[in-house]
Design a protein around this ligand. Structure first.
Ligand code: URA
Ligand code: SF4
Length: 189
Protein backbone atom coordinates (compact mmCIF):
# COMPACT_ATOMS: atom_id res chain seq x y z
CA UNK A 1 0.00 0.00 0.00
CA UNK A 2 1.33 3.41 -0.98
CA UNK A 3 1.19 5.98 1.76
CA UNK A 4 1.38 9.74 1.38
CA UNK A 5 4.48 11.44 2.74
CA UNK A 6 3.10 12.48 6.13
CA UNK A 7 1.47 9.12 6.83
CA UNK A 8 4.64 7.34 5.77
CA UNK A 9 6.67 9.55 8.08
CA UNK A 10 4.35 8.82 11.00
CA UNK A 11 4.50 5.05 10.31
CA UNK A 12 8.29 5.10 10.27
CA UNK A 13 8.51 7.06 13.49
CA UNK A 14 6.67 4.34 15.38
CA UNK A 15 7.92 1.34 13.37
CA UNK A 16 8.62 -1.92 15.17
CA UNK A 17 9.02 -4.11 12.10
CA UNK A 18 12.54 -5.28 12.90
CA UNK A 19 14.85 -5.80 15.85
CA UNK A 20 16.62 -2.48 15.35
CA UNK A 21 13.59 -0.80 16.90
CA UNK A 22 14.72 -2.06 20.30
CA UNK A 23 18.10 -0.32 20.31
CA UNK A 24 17.49 2.84 18.30
CA UNK A 25 17.19 6.30 19.83
CA UNK A 26 15.63 7.97 16.78
CA UNK A 27 14.32 6.73 13.46
CA UNK A 28 16.22 8.44 10.64
CA UNK A 29 13.59 9.00 7.97
CA UNK A 30 15.95 10.77 5.57
CA UNK A 31 15.68 14.35 4.45
CA UNK A 32 15.48 16.54 1.40
CA UNK A 33 12.96 18.43 -0.72
CA UNK A 34 9.70 16.65 -1.56
CA UNK A 35 10.50 17.13 -5.23
CA UNK A 36 14.16 16.12 -5.06
CA UNK A 37 15.44 14.85 -8.42
CA UNK A 38 18.48 13.12 -6.95
CA UNK A 39 18.56 10.63 -4.04
CA UNK A 40 21.63 9.43 -2.15
CA UNK A 41 21.14 6.18 -0.25
CA UNK A 42 23.60 5.04 2.41
CA UNK A 43 23.65 2.04 4.67
CA UNK A 44 22.12 2.91 7.98
CA UNK A 45 22.33 5.54 10.71
CA UNK A 46 25.47 5.74 12.83
CA UNK A 47 25.82 7.14 16.33
CA UNK A 48 25.32 10.83 15.48
CA UNK A 49 22.43 10.05 13.15
CA UNK A 50 20.76 7.92 15.83
CA UNK A 51 21.19 10.77 18.33
CA UNK A 52 19.86 13.51 16.05
CA UNK A 53 17.42 11.66 13.80
CA UNK A 54 19.17 13.12 10.73
CA UNK A 55 21.08 11.26 7.99
CA UNK A 56 24.82 11.66 7.41
CA UNK A 57 25.60 14.23 10.10
CA UNK A 58 28.70 12.58 11.61
CA UNK A 59 32.20 12.31 10.17
CA UNK A 60 31.06 10.44 7.05
CA UNK A 61 28.33 13.02 6.59
CA UNK A 62 30.78 15.92 6.67
CA UNK A 63 32.80 14.11 4.04
CA UNK A 64 29.69 13.55 1.95
CA UNK A 65 29.03 17.30 2.10
CA UNK A 66 32.58 17.89 0.80
CA UNK A 67 32.00 15.39 -2.01
CA UNK A 68 28.80 17.16 -3.01
CA UNK A 69 30.53 20.54 -2.87
CA UNK A 70 33.09 19.32 -5.43
CA UNK A 71 30.28 19.23 -7.98
CA UNK A 72 28.47 22.31 -6.70
CA UNK A 73 25.73 20.28 -5.06
CA UNK A 74 24.33 21.27 -1.72
CA UNK A 75 22.67 18.69 0.53
CA UNK A 76 19.59 20.89 0.75
CA UNK A 77 18.91 20.17 -2.95
CA UNK A 78 18.96 16.37 -2.75
CA UNK A 79 17.29 13.63 -0.75
CA UNK A 80 19.61 11.75 1.60
CA UNK A 81 18.47 8.48 3.15
CA UNK A 82 19.55 4.99 4.11
CA UNK A 83 18.74 1.31 3.50
CA UNK A 84 17.60 0.94 7.10
CA UNK A 85 16.16 3.78 9.11
CA UNK A 86 17.36 2.64 12.54
CA UNK A 87 20.94 2.27 13.72
CA UNK A 88 22.46 -1.20 13.73
CA UNK A 89 24.22 -1.76 17.10
CA UNK A 90 27.98 -1.03 16.96
CA UNK A 91 27.45 0.12 13.38
CA UNK A 92 27.45 -3.45 12.08
CA UNK A 93 26.11 -4.02 8.56
CA UNK A 94 22.33 -4.17 8.53
CA UNK A 95 21.13 -7.77 8.26
CA UNK A 96 19.29 -8.85 5.16
CA UNK A 97 16.16 -9.44 7.27
CA UNK A 98 16.38 -5.88 8.60
CA UNK A 99 16.80 -4.46 5.11
CA UNK A 100 13.85 -6.51 3.86
CA UNK A 101 11.71 -5.26 6.74
CA UNK A 102 12.63 -1.64 5.98
CA UNK A 103 12.88 -1.45 2.20
CA UNK A 104 9.16 -0.88 1.67
CA UNK A 105 9.50 2.55 3.27
CA UNK A 106 12.32 3.48 0.92
CA UNK A 107 10.35 2.19 -2.07
CA UNK A 108 7.41 4.31 -0.96
CA UNK A 109 9.71 7.34 -0.69
CA UNK A 110 11.03 6.68 -4.20
CA UNK A 111 7.49 6.30 -5.55
CA UNK A 112 6.48 9.65 -4.06
CA UNK A 113 9.61 11.59 -4.98
CA UNK A 114 9.99 10.10 -8.47
CA UNK A 115 13.70 10.97 -8.62
CA UNK A 116 15.59 11.06 -11.92
CA UNK A 117 18.75 9.72 -10.34
CA UNK A 118 19.56 7.42 -7.41
CA UNK A 119 23.13 7.26 -6.13
CA UNK A 120 23.93 4.31 -3.88
CA UNK A 121 26.57 5.12 -1.29
CA UNK A 122 28.58 1.93 -0.84
CA UNK A 123 27.99 -1.72 -1.51
CA UNK A 124 25.10 -2.37 0.88
CA UNK A 125 22.61 -0.17 -0.95
CA UNK A 126 24.09 -1.05 -4.36
CA UNK A 127 23.51 -4.75 -3.72
CA UNK A 128 19.95 -4.15 -2.62
CA UNK A 129 18.95 -1.52 -5.16
CA UNK A 130 20.99 -2.32 -8.27
CA UNK A 131 21.97 -6.03 -8.34
CA UNK A 132 22.50 -8.65 -5.66
CA UNK A 133 25.96 -9.54 -6.97
CA UNK A 134 27.06 -5.92 -7.43
CA UNK A 135 30.85 -5.45 -7.06
CA UNK A 136 31.49 -1.93 -5.88
CA UNK A 137 35.25 -2.08 -6.53
CA UNK A 138 34.71 -2.96 -10.18
CA UNK A 139 31.41 -1.31 -10.97
CA UNK A 140 31.34 1.99 -9.08
CA UNK A 141 30.52 4.86 -11.37
CA UNK A 142 28.69 2.71 -13.94
CA UNK A 143 25.11 3.68 -14.74
CA UNK A 144 22.04 1.48 -15.20
CA UNK A 145 18.42 2.36 -15.76
CA UNK A 146 15.77 0.73 -13.60
CA UNK A 147 12.10 1.61 -13.88
CA UNK A 148 12.97 4.87 -15.61
CA UNK A 149 15.46 5.92 -12.93
CA UNK A 150 19.17 6.33 -13.64
CA UNK A 151 21.10 4.46 -10.97
CA UNK A 152 24.74 4.37 -9.99
CA UNK A 153 26.88 3.58 -6.96
CA UNK A 154 29.97 5.27 -5.60
CA UNK A 155 32.20 4.40 -2.66
CA UNK A 156 30.73 5.11 0.75
CA UNK A 157 32.21 8.26 2.33
CA UNK A 158 33.44 6.12 5.26
CA UNK A 159 35.40 3.96 2.82
CA UNK A 160 36.93 7.10 1.33
CA UNK A 161 37.90 8.31 4.80
CA UNK A 162 39.54 4.96 5.52
CA UNK A 163 41.25 4.66 2.15
CA UNK A 164 42.20 7.98 0.49
CA UNK A 165 43.57 6.07 -2.54
CA UNK A 166 39.96 5.56 -3.62
CA UNK A 167 39.30 9.29 -3.79
CA UNK A 168 40.57 10.09 -7.31
CA UNK A 169 38.26 7.50 -8.95
CA UNK A 170 35.38 8.76 -6.87
CA UNK A 171 36.08 12.28 -8.09
CA UNK A 172 35.71 10.95 -11.65
CA UNK A 173 32.41 9.29 -10.67
CA UNK A 174 31.20 12.55 -9.17
CA UNK A 175 32.06 14.43 -12.37
CA UNK A 176 29.96 11.92 -14.32
CA UNK A 177 27.14 12.42 -11.84
CA UNK A 178 27.37 16.15 -12.36
CA UNK A 179 27.03 15.73 -16.10
CA UNK A 180 24.06 13.33 -15.67
CA UNK A 181 22.39 15.90 -13.47
CA UNK A 182 22.92 18.56 -16.11
CA UNK A 183 21.45 16.27 -18.77
CA UNK A 184 18.44 14.99 -16.86
CA UNK A 185 17.44 17.33 -14.11
CA UNK A 186 15.29 20.38 -14.58
CA UNK A 187 15.88 22.15 -11.26
CA UNK A 188 18.79 24.52 -11.19
CA UNK A 189 21.67 23.28 -9.06
N1 URA B 1 26.66 6.11 7.24
C1 URA B 1 25.54 5.78 6.55
O1 URA B 1 25.52 4.84 5.77
N2 URA B 1 24.46 6.51 6.76
C2 URA B 1 24.40 7.57 7.59
O2 URA B 1 23.35 8.19 7.70
C3 URA B 1 25.59 7.89 8.29
C4 URA B 1 26.69 7.16 8.08
FE1 SF4 C 1 11.25 -0.27 11.13
FE2 SF4 C 1 13.21 0.10 9.38
FE3 SF4 C 1 13.56 0.80 11.91
FE4 SF4 C 1 13.45 -1.77 11.27
S1 SF4 C 1 15.02 -0.31 10.60
S2 SF4 C 1 12.39 -0.79 12.97
S3 SF4 C 1 11.95 -1.76 9.61
S4 SF4 C 1 12.11 1.71 10.47
Amino acid sequence: MMLDWDTLYAECMSCQKCGLAETRTNVVFGEGPRDAEVMFIGEGPGEQEDKTGRPFVGRAGKFLDDMLAMIDLDRSKVFIGNMVKCRPPQNRDPLNTEQEACIGYLRNQVALLKPKIIVCLGRISAIKLIRDDYKITKEHGQWVEKAGIQMTAIYHPSALLRDPRKRPETFEDLKELQSKIRDLCTHTY
